[in-house]
Design a protein around this ligand. Sequence first.
Ligand SMILES: CC(C)(COP(=O)(O)OP(=O)(O)OC[C@H]1O[C@@H](n2cnc3c(N)ncnc32)[C@H](O)[C@@H]1OP(=O)(O)O)[C@@H](O)C(=O)NCCC(=O)NCCS
Length: 221
Amino acid sequence: MRYRVDEMTMADLPRIVEIERLAYTTPWPPSAYRRELQENRMAHYIVVRDTWLKPPEPLGAPRDDQHRPFPLSLLPVRVPPAISPEAANIVAFCGLWHMVSEAHITTIAAHPDYRGRGVGELMLSSMIGLAYSEHARYVTLEVRVSNYVAQNLYRKYGFSQTTVRRRYYSDNHEDAFVMSTENITTEAYQERYTELRARLLMRLASDNKPPAPTGDYENLK
Ligand SMILES: CC(C)(COP(=O)(O)OP(=O)(O)OC[C@H]1O[C@@H](n2cnc3c(N)ncnc32)[C@H](O)[C@@H]1OP(=O)(O)O)[C@@H](O)C(=O)NCCC(=O)NCCS
């Protein structure tokens, strides 16, 4: 399988922060992820790796543009946290909080170069799988009313709108739809889930598209 789903670890955070900045207008600060991983016992986070994606050179090498002429060379250089080779092939991530019968998806994002290839669906499907193993009965989330792409993905897995949270998003005060699955433990839902999952795995197995341009790593060195 080209795409691999792993639990998120602290070593993954610099890469998560990079993808998050490309995906959201109000990204979480790295400290929020650190708290989620280290302190929140309800939280489960996963990453998707493209195992075909290899960094072009050891990460953390100094950048040419850091050798700046005097007097600029006296100014401090902001060096982003190094991304380990293990984290460099992460292309998407997702998380949920498990609260008794509910699994609430807190975040889901794919790198822009990896959208439209089933990776987002792989995360949602994995989260529903996780909800089953945690004995949750409903999967819920909030989504911007304008985010049709994400809403389409959720509807594919039987989510429907339950309510609206007015002015939920702090950047532009956009409303959020709260969406929820039906009871995922019913036979009907499990059948649907199993069928969608099988179709998805076949789709992902035939993804021969070359890894995204390594230019992405320019930002990570
Ligand atoms: C939402 C997101 C995770 C989807 O990931 P993705 O990898 O592009 O989605 P997939 O390729 O797995 O597509 C799964 C389904 O999503 C929907 N979808 C994906 N791209 C779409 C598009 N361009 N237009 C309409 N629907 C689309 C479809 O229902 C699709 O199923 P299909 O392939 O059977 O048509 C991704 O767009 C993203 O990271 N967006 C930015 C962050 C974000 O908005 N997160 C949601 C917060 S609530």
